[in-house]
Design a binder for this molecule. Structure first.
Ligand code: EPZ
Length: 429
């Protein structure tokens, strides 16, 4: 199994190209099930999760082709994939496939909307919390689907098609909002989604669906209105930049010091996180090409942060911020409100010398002057990358085991950091 070895202490200087967003790519790929015509996605990141979803969609009958790379093309540029769901051959998503990636449960919405039935395995537990699907089911029921739960599978039926309805989410849910949007796009009549998630990835999916002929307004606000249409067509769509990858590298630079241009990204995608980085002592400068992030000389200031749905501080950057604050001059507090168990990194950061106390959903981080390299591993994607950030600043050698978690969500992580001067390499056994 691959490991990543880091020798800490190097400042980061240079340019890091930001990839397309994993959490937009996955629902966009799933949206291909809504139409018989090909959907072409550009700026798709090369990630293990994307390959896994290709397999899952393949099982339903989707043909996936990767558009040919031109000689001399920028190797950092995301690839283009074409997904063609001309014929759906199977409306069941089996346990073996869904259990590997939670987002694959979302196929339930386009399948029932287009085919009138879907049988999808419950995703089950996950390392960051219980993560139920009750609200996704509620959304489908509000649009007229009949739901049965049998032997670990959710069976959704709408033999005469879905019909528009009102969906009021009691809690903001990204997956619930994607589900509601995709189902409502092909329902008869108008649907209203209240307390919708406002994450930029929702807006990106809605833009793509509109290009496919859907009639969605209000995406990006808490109230989305969808006028159902009888059929959708194919289109071409470029995935928006990955705000979590952007924030992760911004925190890495704040950690090591230096000056890096994060290319092909936008500050409005992660303003709350950039504000926190400025409070912590980094300099953030939006440019035409992306975002420049720098920290010189002065140390890191502690912060008090609570995660929240967009536009709040994202839960997907919580672990990275904790790594950063482990070296602040003073005591920080980070409260996690989205996933109750998302603190798996605390113990591993402690192995590197961080001083963190957990009390319920709040972590208190007492900054230390030095972290020291060690062997570490993590059980989820963002926790793993927080260990990389800590390793970049730790004295001596840090080895991050179980790298496959990183490969699920960070494209060419070690190459991008090494290009800016980090002493980091992948070791394959
Ligand atoms: C998405 O997960 C992201 N995944 C997550 O990123 C991200 O952390 C999360 O949104 C929050 O921003 C993808 O986009 C593929 P939710 P999702 O439904 O949709 C509760 C990463 O590292 N809830 O918004 O599964 C749930 O337990 C991943 O890239 C219910 O109670 O998250 C949580 O407390 C990790 N019932 C809250 O809502 C439901 O039916 C928000 O979850 C659904 C959710």
């Amino acid at each position: 199994m691959d490991r990543i070895k880091i020798v800490g202490g190097q400042r980061l200087n240079g340019t890091i190209p930001i990839s397309g967003a994993k959490n937009a790519t996955l629902p966009l790929m799933i949206a291909s099930l809504l139409t018989e015509e090909p959907l072409v996605l550009e700026n798709v990141p090369r990630l293990a999760d994307v390959i896994q979803l290709q397999r899952i969609l393949g099982n339903h009958g989707v043909d996936v082709t990767i558009e040919g790379k031109k000689p001399g093309a920028d190797p950092n540029h995301g690839r283009t994939i074409q997904l063609s769901a001309r014929t759906i051959v199977d409306t069941t998503a089996p346990y073996e496939l869904v259990s590997k990636m939670r987002a694959s449960f979302w196929v339930i919405a386009p399948l029932v909307a287009r085919m009138g039935e879907a049988k999808v395995s419950m995703p089950g537990g996950c390392a960051i919390g219980t993560r139920p699907v009750d609200l996704l089911i509620m959304a489908l029921e509000a649009l007229g689907a009949e739901i049965e739960i049998e032997a670990g599978y959710v069976i959704a039926r709408a033999k005469k098609g879905l019909r528009g309805g009102e969906i009021v989410f009691p809690k903001v849910t990204v997956g619930g909002t994607h589900t509601a949007l995709m189902a409502a796009a092909l329902a008869r009549g108008t649907s209203v989604i209240e307390n919708a998630a406002r994450e930029p990835e929702i807006g990106d999916v809605a833009d793509c669906l509109n290009k496919m002929g859907a009639k969605i307004s209000g995406a990006g606000t808490a109230r989305i209105v969808v006028e159902g249409v009888a059929r959708l067509s194919g289109t071409r769509h470029a995935v928006l930049p990955d705000r979590i990858e952007t924030g992760t590298y911004a925190m890495a630079v704040a950690m090591t010091g230096g000056d890096v241009l994060l290319q092909n990204t936008r500050p409005d995608l992660l303003q709350a996180a950039l504000d926190v980085l400025e409070q912590a002592g980094a300099t953030v400068t939006p440019t035409n090409e992306g975002i420049r992030i720098a920290r010189n000389g002065s140390g890191l200031m502690p912060v008090d942060v609570t995660t929240a749905p967009f536009p709040g501080f994202p839960t997907d950057l919580q672990a990275q911020l904790m790594a950063l604050m482990s070296r602040a001059k003073g005591t920080s507090r980070i409260t996690e409100t989205i996933f109750e168990n998302r603190f798996m990194h605390v113990q591993e950061l402690s192995r590197l010398g961080a001083r963190i106390k957990l009390n319920g959903e709040t972590a208190t981080i007492e900054g230390v002057e030095r972290l020291k390299g060690a062997q570490v591993m993590a059980t989820d994607l963002r926790a793993s990358v927080s260990l990389v950030i800590a390793g970049l600043a730790a004295e001596g050698e840090t080895t991050v085991n179980r790298v496959y978690h990183l490969d699920r969500g960070f494209e060419k992580l070690e190459e991008k950091l090494a290009a800016c001067g980090a002493a980091i390499e992948r070791i394959s056994d």
